[in-house]
Design a protein around this ligand. Structure first.
Ligand code: PEP
Ligand code: MN
Length: 354
């Protein structure tokens, strides 16, 4: 169920409706939009007695949401969700594309700093790097853990980049939520429902990657798990799915971008690095992702990819990343969108001091 408030409803009227919903034993999710606020109701197995709510002051209408996902749906919130990062110009969703770049794994302070400087210069506003790695082999590099989180916190201070990193389990989630600006839930955990709920109780944006074999509905329902716990800042990410095709690591399903945008107000990014697994395919698929209308990109960049401890074969060189930014920026312009410009060194927070 959904309570649509009148355009001029006051904060008190909205609060009173939320209180009434909670007093009936349900959960209220007020979602302010450009025109009006809608209040999603969850926790109800059957019908909520709508008469109770329809008569309240400030209420325009009470409607049933027929889709299985509710808070994720455009029925609840018509306009696109834009996630902002206070104190910075970075955002995810909206006209400016969110560009997240960095190595697959944080390997050392030197490695992280070398790559962060290059991606910041090329215009990225977000730095990615794994501290906890979900590896196929238990003998492969598993990540530096908290040490990597500390290095990324230093990267944020030095270059003004927002930090995106994955929480692979509950234990990692606690630390990631403390250090990072965006909590990543990886493809292998897309249906780890207890982890999704725990991330939904954090008050940091969550980047949810599509599962290796997830349908659109399963993907949106996973996002619903996070939102149902009261965290409305969810970012979706297409990263390729498993198919019979073996010329790439995964098959990047770009058609999910307009499919998501039709059904949901949440931003959707594309990761052509994991989507293809091959360095020479990252740039063309990044261009295609921007052309299809993605809200941003996740790109693995390494200054010495042949020495990378994970995903070297799909990591592009910093020079290739600069070219990617330039080409994507020209494609974005066709769609009346933009890619952040490269920065001057002296503009980066604290850089001059080092
Ligand atoms: C990653 O971003 O490094 C990663 C492991 O991604 P995915 O969960 O999409 O495989
Ligand atoms: Mn990787």
């Amino acid at each position: 169920m959904l309570v649509v408030m009148k355009a001029l409803a006051t904060q008190e009227e909205i609060q009173a409706v939320c209180d009434r919903i909670e007093s009936l034993g349900f959960r209220a999710h007020p979602l302010p939009g450009a025109q009006r606020t809608a209040i999603g109701i969850t926790g109800n197995q059957g019908e909520v007695d709508r008469g109770n709510l329809e008569e309240m002051s400030g209420v325009a209408e009470v409607i049933r949401v027929s889709k299985p996902y509710k808070l994720v749906s455009r029925d609840v919130k018509e306009d696109d969700t834009v996630i902002r990062f206070p104190g910075t110009s970075a955002s995810i969703g909206g006209a400016s594309l969110a560009i997240i770049a960095g190595p697959c794994s944080i390997e050392s302070r030197e490695q992280a700093f070398a790559i962060a400087e290059q991606v910041a210069l090329a215009g990225a506003q977000f730095f990615r790097g794994g501290a906890y790695k979900p590896r196929t082999s238990p003998y492969a590099f598993q990540g530096l853990g908290e040490e990597a989180l500390k290095i990324m916190a230093e990267v944020r201070d030095r270059f003004g980049l927002r930090i995106v990193t994955e929480a692979i389990d509950h234990e990692a989630l606690e630390l990631v939520a403390e250090y990072a600006d965006v909590i990543q839930i990886g493809a292998r955990n897309m249906q780890n429902f207890s982890l999704l709920k725990a991330a939904g109780r954090k008050r940091k944006p969550v980047l949810l990657k599509r599962g290796l074999a997830a349908t659109l509905d399963e993907f949106l329902m996973a996002a619903e798990y996070i939102m149902s716990e009261g965290n409305y800042e969810v970012i979706l990410c297409e990263r390729g799915v498993r198919t019979f095709a073996d010329h790439t690591r995964n098959t990047l399903d770009l058609s999910i971008v307009p499919a998501v945008q039709r059904l949901s107000h949440l931003p959707i990014l594309v990761d052509p690095s994991h989507g293809t697994g091959k360095r020479n395919k990252v740039l063309p698929l990044a261009r295609a992702a921007v052309a299809v209308g993605a809200d941003g990109l996740i790109i693995e960049v390494h200054h010495q990819p042949d020495r990378a401890l994970s995903d070297g074969a799909q990591s592009i060189y910093p020079e290739q990343f600069a070219q990617l930014m330039d080409e994507c920026s020209r494609i974005a312009a066709v769609l009346h969108r933009s890619v952040p410009h490269g920065i001057q060194l002296e503009q980066t927070a604290g850089l001059a001091a080092h």
